[in-house]
Ligand binder design. Structure first.
Ligand code: ATR
Length: 277
């Protein structure tokens, strides 16, 4: 019998930690599997996925910039992926791709279980309205936050996101320039892709409190500028997205294999090799 075959699809993926994470989960649970990184830049997501399936692929994680297309390619979407409009996890069942989204559950697990945060009644500012923001917004609302303000460089995308969420009581949209009029925040979620270019979105006059929690959904180099901004503003708790990455991977592992691995040793090992965050 051949070894079950899994992959992360997107661009760029050469630096992705997902193959390491899933290899560690496989070892921990005693499941034999292969997990590789497949770059979609040359032939696109649809063709890469078709090739992968033809080669025996059973499940895929999908990352930037292909999460919206992944939701479109899936024949069946889980309720949370449908609500988000983006998929980061695909599983082949009965010959068709099923789409799911574990980004939101991954973020909430990281913040609540690893960091010990009580998300209930928090006022949350989300910077960005792209695939990453879409993926985590429903789970934050489900965790009981009191308000979600989505601030995006392009105004229409922020409004599109809150329209999709359908929670008019608790959601508001604005541009990055308009954040100042929106009051104070307990949690700021950095969900833009600006850090990949080593920059920070322009945040005119945004002043976090010392006890405002800051989290970047990116990890490694892409999270450095926001982490530096948070520290410069005296924020006591600022995290990168490594914890969320490991948690969303564990949730995907559970979708594929029916068991959830212990994330803590894998997180600790990656944290040691990737540095502070
Ligand atoms: P992802 O899947 O990583 O979210 P995406 O869907 O392309 O990628 O979305 C990128 C997000 O980062 C968007 O919210 C984008 O803002 P726009 O909608 O205005 O394009 C935001 N973004 C990227 N670079 C940015 C920058 N330099 N400043 C502010 N926002 C930026």
């Amino acid at each position: 019998m051949s070894i079950p075959h899994y992959a992360v699809l997107g661009h760029p993926v050469t630096q992705s930690l997902s193959p390491r994470i899933h290899a560690a989960f496989g070892q921990q649970t005693g499941l034999a599997l292969t997990y590789v990184a497949l770059d979609t830049e040359e032939i696109g997501l649809a063709a890469t996925l078709a090739r992968f399936a033809a080669a025996g692929g059973l499940g895929a994680n999908v990352t930037v910039p292909d999460k919206a297309e992944a939701a479109g390619l899936a024949h069946i979407l889980s309720p949370r992926a449908r609500r988000a409009g983006v998929a980061n996890t695909l599983v082949l069942r009965d010959g068709v791709w099923h789409g799911d989204n574990t980004d939101g559950s991954g973020l909430v697990r990281d913040l609540r279980d690893r960091r010990g945060l009580d998300l209930h009644d928090m006022r949350v500012l989300m910077l960005g309205a792209g695939g990453a923001a879409q993926g985590v917004a429903p789970a934050l609302l489900d965790a009981g936050i009191s308000q979600l303000v989505v601030a995006n460089r392009t105004r229409s995308r922020a409004y599109d996101l809150i329209d999709r969420l359908g929670d008019t009581e608790r959601t508001r949209a604005c541009t990055l320039r308009e954040i100042t009029g929106m009051g104070e925040f307990d949690l700021i979620v950095q969900a833009t892709s600006a850090g990949h270019d080593g920059v920070l979105p322009t945040l005119p006059d945004l002043m976090p409190r010392a006890d405002t929690v800051c989290v970047d959904l990116n990890y490694g180099r892409a999270a450095l500028s926001f982490m530096a901004w948070a520290h410069q503003h005296g924020v006591q708790q600022a995290f990168d997205g490594l914890g969320m990455l490991v948690e969303q991977a564990a949730d995907a592992f559970e979708v594929w294999h029916g068991q959830r691995p212990d994330t803590e040793p894998v997180y600790a090992q990656l944290r040691m090799s990737t540095g502070r965050g």
